[in-house]
Design a protein around this ligand. Structure first.
Ligand code: HXC
Length: 510
């Protein structure tokens, strides 16, 4: 018996050693942790339960039969994050470069199947040279099986991808179908075709970092939701994100203990909106002052900064926040911000996370760039996302909200539950100057008359009361009491029930 126990320990030790000391040292030299070190930091101490530690590949080509390392380049299993269950896989770059074989793929599929069945998030740590070159189509099939599960899991359990090394070719499409992608600066990259192929085909010269590094994907492409300095920070932030999320679409997000008074008054908010309507202010200040303990987990902060998305808690409960940011492009909606916010709203709705919308929007960004780029379809995504969402929706208008953008931003007409306005809010078809220039074109040569017309229009519409008279605004509230009003609104909506008509699925303008 003792022999057998020792044998097991010996086999475990070999599996845990991965690709051996030299390759582990090379991994560390690149500033990267190993698969097992990453899992250890991600999960609660001692909570990891491994599956398939002894699985080995079945390939007999190119001399592969001489090397069958236990685990086959991916560590899989489950554990807990602050006591809540998650499934995890971490590709081990020290074993065949973390490349995906049939068996490697099957290991990932096994934990994905369990996650879907048992209702817990999947966290995938990607660090791989892609398809196992020696296995050919078997490897492609393995990817296909993973992709299929990504789709089945979508909207059922949260899926988070950490990119902590190479992720290239078709391999990028598994993370692409997950809910959140986090990258590590300078040590991770994602692209469909690498710099060499790009050079051959388009004659562009670009480094891997420029083509698909964390900076590129968080600022330009919006493929990734966050970029972190190193593995440790990325893993810690993943734990923080998990704390905001439900385990699956049948459960509510966890309620955390909170020490912040839900009725906290913030007098400074009464002067947040400047007197000059063209002067910007920082909408993040409002978010932080509404949130429990000022804790805000922002997503895609470096992309389309004219809209802010992320999670806060109110009375300990997770709330998704979408907010126009007057500091960037005057907070107007455009292609990028519509796409960014639409995907976020859909995530919240899929996982029963209530949505708080803070509105100060002058409209959609004009221009050929926007029209040629399809702002009609992209703007419609956000409209569609809000309109189909059945979760509690609370909206606060802080300043201007004009035209189609007024309707889009979780208005009453899209089943907003509580629509509040600050006294500084203006709900109109457009700004006074633009309106007068259209209505009184013949008087444009007479500045005094026009000034009076602008004033008349402002007096009539530069306030929240016309909308409030029609019931489109439920109440005009004091800025300083926003946290209390919003917290009470969400509390009143805890047992909200609303369903859309039966359908196979909708046809959101993609
Ligand atoms: C088998 C691989 C491998 C692969 C790397 N290795 N990629 N083994 N299949 N795809 C092995 C190497 O042989 C080496 O083994 C070890 O992993 C480390 O690789 P290095 O090249 O020494 O590391 P590095 O210099 O850091 O370069 C990393 C790399 C490079 C840029 C990822 O390895 C590389 O270009 N690999 C090939 C990438 C690729 O073309 N993959 C197929 C893409 S197509 P030893 O024994 O020396 O340690 C694809 C399609 C997916 O993925 C389709 C899905 C539908």
């Amino acid at each position: 018996m003792k022999d057998i126990l020792e044998q097991l320990e010996a086999r475990r030790a070999v599996a845990r050693a991965g690709g051996g000391e030299k390759r582990v040292a090379a991994q560390h030299a690149k500033g990267k942790l190993t698969a097992r070190e990453r899992i250890e930091l991600l999960l609660d101490e001692g909570s990891f339960e491994e599956f398939d530690m002894f699985v080995a590949h079945r390939c007999n080509d190119f001399g592969m039969e001489r090397e069958r390392p236990a685990g086959d380049g991916v560590v899989t299993g489950w554990g807990t994050v602050n006591g809540r269950m998650v499934y995890v896989f971490a590709q081990d770059f020290t074993v065949f470069g973390g490349s995906v074989s049939e068996t490697h793929g099957a290991k990932i599929c096994k934990i994905m199947d369990m996650a879907i069945q048992n209702g817990a998030p999947v966290i995938g740590i990607n660090d791989s040279g892609g398809a196992r070159i020696q296995e050919g189509v078997g490897s492609l099939a393995a990817y296909g099986e993973v992709f299929q599960r990504n789709v089945l899991a979508s909207g059922v359990v949260p899926q988070i991808s950490l990119i902590m090394g190479p992720c290239a070719g078709g391999a990028v499409y598994s993370p692409a179908m997950t809910d959140f992608i986090f990258m590590v600066k300078d040590s991770s990259y994602m692209f469909v075709t690498g710099p060499d192929v790009v050079k051959t085909v388009t004659n562009e010269q670009v480094t891997a970092e420029e083509l698909g590094g964390a900076g590129t994907h968080t600022r330009k492409s919006s493929v990734a939701d966050g970029a972190y300095e190193n593995d440790v920070e990325a893993l810690a932030e993943t734990r923080r994100l998990i704390d905001f999320l439900p385990l699956n679409n049948r459960e509510k997000a966890p309620v955390r203990p909170f020490f912040d008074d839900p009725a906290r008054v913030e007098m400074s908010l009464d002067s947040l909106v400047p007197d000059n309507p063209n002067q910007p202010y920082d909408m993040k200040e409002l978010i932080l002052k509404i949130a429990d303990e000022g804790d805000f987990f922002e997503l895609q902060k470096d992309f389309a900064a004219n809209i802010i998305t992320g999670f806060i808690r109110l009375e300990g409960q997770t709330v998704g926040v979408v907010a126009n940011q007057p500091m960037v492009l005057a907070g107007c909606l455009d292609i990028d911000s519509s796409r960014k916010a639409a995907r976020f709203v859909r995530f919240c709705d899929a996982f029963e996370i209530p949505i708080l919308t803070l509105v100060d929007v002058p409209g959609f960004l004009p221009g050929t760039g926007q029209e040629y780029g399809g702002v009609i379809k992209h703007g419609a995504k956000l409209l569609f996302a809000y309109a189909e969402a059945t979760v509690p929706k609370v909206t606060v208008l802080t300043r201007k909200t004009y035209g189609g953008a007024y309707v889009v931003m979780s208005s009453k007409h899209l089943r907003g539950d509580f629509n509040y306005a600050w006294p500084t809010a203006e709900v109109a078809v457009m700004g006074a100057k633009g309106a007068v220039e259209i209505l009184y074109r013949s008087e444009l040569g007479e500045p005094e008359k026009i000034a009076q017309r602008v004033k008349d229009y402002e007096d009539r519409f530069a306030n929240p009361f016309v909308a409030a008279e029609k019931g489109f605004i439920d109440e005009v509230i004091m800025p300083h009491s926003t946290r209390r009003r919003v917290a009470r609104a969400f509390a009143a909506l805890r047992s909200k029930k609303l369903a859309n008509p039966w359908k196979k699925h909708d046809n959101i303008p993609l």
